[in-house]
Design a protein around this ligand. Structure first.
Ligand code: GCU
Length: 419
C-alpha cells in the first residue's frame, strides 16, 4: 500500500514538474485524438496570432528551448576554417558531372579536425542548385567511382570495416541510397560528407569529434552533442558551397536519412540559409511525435545512443506521453521554408504514423505564415504523397532510402527551388 501511494505521489510530482518546466499548463493541440502542447502558445500562455509574433518571439523561444533541453548548444562558423580542393574532374559519372573533393579544416590546421566533402555538379547547368546530406559509411560508399577518396576516419564494425577503418570492400555499398545519376540528370549537384568525419558515432566523451575544439561547450547540461554536431557540419558544407561559383548557394536543400535525418531537420531548423529540408525516416528525435509512444522512446534513444542529445534531455526519459514539448515544434522552426517528411510502412522503430503527425503538428505555423501547410488531414495511404509547403509520404517496405523516395524529393525540390 505504502509503496503504491508513494509511487502515485512521485508520478504526480513529476507531472507537475514537467508542466512547470514548460510554464505551459493548458495550451494544447490535438492531433488524431492525441493531445500535444500547442506550438502557437508562448510559454507564458500568450497566444501567437501574427507572423511577426512567431518570428520575433515564439520561434526564438522554441530554439532556445530545444538548444537547452534536447540538442545542446552549437558553436557558430569557425573563424579560422579553410578549404582545400584536392580533386576537380570534369568527366565524372560518364561525363555528366564534375567531381570535386574538398577538405574542410575546421580550425585552419591540416592536423586539426577536418572533413572531406564529395561534390558532384551537373555539367550542363550553370550555378546549379544542390542537395547536401551526410552519409553513413564514408564518401566511398555512395558510388563505385574509384577516384573517391577512401575515408580514413573511425568506423563502427560493419561489412568491409577492419580495425575500425573502411576498406576497399566498402566502395559503393550505399549506392542504392544515393542515386547520383538520377539527381544529376534532374539538374542538382550533390554534396556529401561522412558523419564520422564530424563526430564519430560512439560515446567517446566527445574527445574525437569537432567538440574537442569547443571545450566550453562540454561538461554542461546543454552540451554540444552529436546530432547537433552533425547539423553543424551540414552548415559547414554550405559555407564551402557559398564559395563555389558552380553552385547557387541560395538553393541548397538539406537531406538526411534516419539519425542523419534528425541532423538534417535540426540543421534546417537552425540554419535559415537552407531553403528546403528533407527528412527520410528520421524517427525519434526527428519527425516522430514522442507523444505517440510506440516506436523508439526517449529512454531507449538516450540509453543506446547517450551521445546523440545533450545531458539535459535525459531528464525526459520515461515521460514521452506527458512531455511539455514535442517534435512538431522543432519542425515548425523550418517554417515557412518547404519541408518533406517521409516514412516507410515497416519502419516501426521510427513509427511512420507518428512522423506524419509530427509534420502535421507544424501545419498551424505554416498556415499562420500564409502558406498551405500539409494538405492531408489523415495519415495518407501508401505511395500517396501529400504535397504542400509541408510534404509527406509513406511507402511500403522498411528503413531505407529508395528511388521512390528520391523521385518525390526531387519533384518537391523542382517545385520550390527551380527557377
Ligand atoms: C537506430 C535508432 C534510430 C535511428 C536509426 C538509424 O535504429 O534507434 O533512432 O534513426 O538507428 O540511424 O538508422
Amino acid at each position: 500500500m505504502i509503496s503504491k501511494k508513494y509511487h502515485r505521489t512521485c508520478s504526480i510530482t513529476l507531472l507537475l514538474l514537467v508542466f512547470l518546466l514548460a510554464g505551459n499548463v493548458s495550451a494544447q493541440q490535438m492531433v488524431n485524438g492525441i493531445t500535444i502542447p500547442d506550438v502557437l502558445t508562448m510559454n507564458n500562455g500568450t497566444k501567437v496570432t501574427t507572423a511577426k509574433q512567431w518570428k520575433t518571439q515564439r520561434r526564438p523561444e522554441l530554439i532556445k528551448f530545444f538548444k537547452k533541453e534536447m540538442y545542446g548548444q552549437s558553436p557558430g562558423k569557425p573563424a579560422d576554417m579553410t578549404f582545400k580542393v584536392f580533386d576537380n574532374e570534369s568527366k565524372a559519372l560518364n561525363g555528366k558531372a564534375t567531381r570535386k573533393q574538398i577538405t574542410v579544416y575546421f580550425n585552419g590546421k591540416e592536423d586539426g579536425p577536418q572533413m572531406d566533402i564529395l561534390l558532384y555538379i551537373p555539367n550542363n547547368i550553370k550555378h546549379a542548385p544542390a542537395i547536401v546530406g551526410l552519409n553513413f559509411d564514408g564518401n566511398q560508399s555512395v558510388n563505385l567511382d574509384p577516384a573517391i577518396k577512401m575515408s580514413t576516419s573511425w568506423f563502427d564494425k560493419t561489412k568491409g570495416v577492419v580495425n575500425n577503418r573502411a576498406t576497399e570492400a566498402t566502395r559503393g555499398i550505399d549506392a542504392g541510397q544515393w542515386p547520383l545519376a538520377m539527381i544529376i540528370d534532374k539538374g542538382y549537384a550533390v554534396a556529401t560528407v561522412y558523419r564520422g568525419d564530424i563526430d564519430p558515432d560512439f560515446d567517446d566523451g566527445f574527445k574525437n569529434g569537432v567538440q574537442a575544439l569547443y571545450p566550453e561547450l562540454q561538461n554542461r547540461g546543454d552540451n554540444f552533442a552529436t546530432v547537433a554536431a552533425w547539423a553543424w557540419g551540414l552548415s559547414r558544407i554550405l559555407d564551402y558551397l557559398e564559395t563555389d561559383k558552380a553552385i547557387d548557394a541560395k538553393r541548397v536543400a538539406v537531406f538526411g536519412f534516419s539519425r542523419l535525418g534528425k541532423a538534417a531537420l535540426w540543421a534546417g531548423a537552425t540554419d535559415e540559409r537552407f531553403p528546403l529540408v528533407i527528412s527520410n525516416e528520421s524517427g525519434a528525435g526527428g519527425a516522430k511525435l514522442f507523444h505517440y509512444t510506440s516506436g523508439e522512446r526517449i529512454t531507449r534513444i538516450c540509453s543506446k545512443f547517450p551521445h546523440w542529445f545533450c545531458g539535459n534531455f535525459k531528464k525526459y526519459m520515461g515521460l514521452d506521453s506527458i512531455l511539455p514539448f514535442d517534435q512538431h515544434m522543432m519542425i515548425s522552426l523550418i517554417a515557412p521554408r518547404p519541408v518533406y517528411v517521409a516514412s516507410a510502412k515497416d519502419d516501426t522503430n521510427s513509427n511512420p504514423e507518428a512522423e506524419f503527425w509530427g509534420a502535421k503538428g507544424a501545419d498551424p505555423v505554416y498556415r499562420l505564415l500564409g502558406t498551405n501547410g500539409l494538405p492531408a488531414t489523415t495519415w495518407p495511404a501508401l505511395n500517396t504523397p501529400s504535397v504542400g509547403r509541408i510534404a509527406y509520404h509513406v511507402r511500403p517496405g522498411g528503413h531505407n532510402v529508395t528511388d521512390y523516395d528520391w523521385i518525390q524529393y526531387l519533384n518537391f525540390a523542382d517545385k520550390y527551388l527551380k527557377k
